[in-house]
Design a protein around this ligand. Sequence first.
Ligand SMILES: O=C(O)CCC(=O)C(=O)O
Ligand SMILES: [Fe+2]
Length: 314
Amino acid sequence: MASISSYLESLRDYLPQEVRSLSTEKQIEWLSELLSHRHRHQREEEQQQKAYEEARRIIAEEYRPLHHHLYRLDGWKVTDGFSEAVRNKDIIKMRAILNEERSGVYTCDILSKETCRELVEEVHHFEKWCKDHQLRVNRPNSMNKYGAILDDFGLQPVLDEFMKAYIQPFSTFLYPVLGQDLDSHHGFVVEYELGKDTNLGFHVDDSEVTLNVCLGDVFTGGHLFFKGVRCDKHVHTAPAAGECFDLEHKVGMGVFHVGRHRHGANDLTSGHRINLIMWCRSSHQRQARSCGNCSCHSPCPEWCGLYSGPQHSQ
Ligand SMILES: O=C(O)CCC(=O)C(=O)O
Ligand SMILES: [Fe+2]
């Protein structure tokens, strides 16, 4: 008991105010509850991870694609302008096919209608297969109850190739800091329909650069909204009026933006919208930004909308 008390003494400054005023016994009770909650949570996470890996194993062994050619890059039809610009990494041609909607957000026609339709069919085929095999479809992230992770059913290699062949050439010159050295991705679709998910809250992506391509369908509303690029330190600050704008989707059209460009999706008012999202990441960028185990001392970087000149980290 004596040693626990001395532990408690050393922890005192880190305990919440309301716990500090409790008796030693109550403090011990509070701490053991906290620890067992933490253990339960950890066990649940481990079990979920195991189940996820097992599901991926079954999918890899048993899932039969609907459109086999989508699993090879040459099976994806991109628009002529896009493929021509990218083929020779011709910056003038790449610039020419891009529309800069507002600072840092670019659009261009990327995927043919046929590839968009086939991707939607493949996702629905996979979801039906999961249902028939009583497997849970993993959702892209905590914000979506619908949609699917494309990397889960065999599209990871082709999406990696897509990132290297098509996204990297654009991001290299569009985003001189964050757009370099993309080396991994999270590829998924988001899906909206009345009665299901209808919008997406304000957030930043876990990516250096994001490509968002509208695959379908027929819908109204659901515009993307943007509210300025921010670093970790400034992510909760108010946007300036000039940083706020909406962007309408069009089937086949892709939107490039940095992951730290705060955004979301407005309410869908009718129909069905499904978009392909590639969160492209750079381990090199992440390492360069990290500050030991935390980001609290990192100075505000130049790409942040609130950058105000060089500062000294302390
Ligand atoms: O609904 C959309 O098109 C945006 C999706 C998005 O921002 C995301 O999944 O990170
Ligand atoms: Fe996003």
